[in-house]
Design a protein. Structure first.
Length: 264
């Protein structure tokens, strides 16, 4: 059954705030206790369901995804003290995480209407999620990195291995993932996966401006165009995501981090 606005805005209120205008533009703002969003187990578990719910709501016509304060999501904000609870990491334990990984990525790709990411600052954990939007705008101090996976001995198989080669090209993506390289907003704009660099004070307003332009089109056009854009990604996910999620589990059974290092 499709969830409605009141249902999912309450269900995910612990990490997301929702605002919808009369024109069907839905803003999703990640947060933690009203401040900068911090990636944790609950977010990992529920974010796929969030995108499933909002992506199927026929009242939504354009989605805006943004964050709170001066960063979108930072690996350095993660509470690594809880990782002790995952030791020893077992195949049985990963079987649940495996499903979360597939939902987390596939449910973003399955969103049925155009998406705009308005990145309010750096994103260094699951940075592949916002770049799955159809339009990506960012502030000058935004940068992209994977500060969680390979640098901490974790196999980057939860979608990063699919999306970053799609965005950066295969050769560049391998360096990006192996070294926790930071790609600035300016570099991302040159590469082409950030479309506009916007003053932080104007970021969300610009996202709404773009969304209103998109929303002038009929619903069928919006949804059909989104389906057209996501079909290649769906094929890539079908072919590569299950193996990546399984290999990440294999690596985690061998080594699961309880401390976190990131590139300085």
């Amino acid at each position: 059954m499709r969830a409605n606005f009141d249902e999912y805005s309450a269900r995910y209120s612990s990490f997301a705030k929702f605002e919808r205008g009369d024109d069907g533009i839905l803003e999703i703002r990640f947060h933690t206790n009203g401040g900068r969003a911090k990636f944790d187990g609950a977010l990992h578990r529920d974010i796929g369901d969030l995108f499933s719910d909002v992506g199927q709501d026929l009242e939504n016509r354009v989605i805006i995804l943004t964050g709170t304060d001066d960063a979108f999501l930072l690996a350095s904000d993660m509470d690594m003290s809880v990782m002790e609870a995952f030791l020893p990491y077992t195949a049985a334990m990963h079987s649940g995480v495996y499903g979360e990984i597939l939902r987390l990525i596939n449910c973003v790709v399955d969103v049925e209407m155009p998406m705009i990411s308005a990145l309010n600052g750096p994103v260094t954990v699951h940075a592949e999620i916002p770049v799955l939007a159809d339009i990506v705008i960012a502030t000058e101090d935004t940068y992209f990195s994977d500060d969680f996976h390979f640098i901490n001995g974790v196999v980057p198989g939860d979608g990063a291995h699919v999306i970053w080669p799609y965005v950066l090209g295969n050769i560049r993506a391998k360096y990006f993932l192996l070294t926790a390289q930071r790609v600035t907003a300016t570099e991302a704009h040159t590469i082409g996966f950030v479309h506009e660099i916007v003053d932080a004070k104007q970021l969300v307003a610009r996202a709404w401006e773009l969304a209103r332009e998109l929303a002038k089109q009929p619903d069928v056009t919006l949804r059909a165009t989104r389906a057209l854009f996501t079909q290649p990604l769906k094929k890539l996910m079908l072919d590569n995501l299950p193996l990546g999620a399984a290999l990440e589990g294999l690596g985690s059974c061998n080594h699961f981090p309880t401390t976190l290092q990131s590139r300085p």
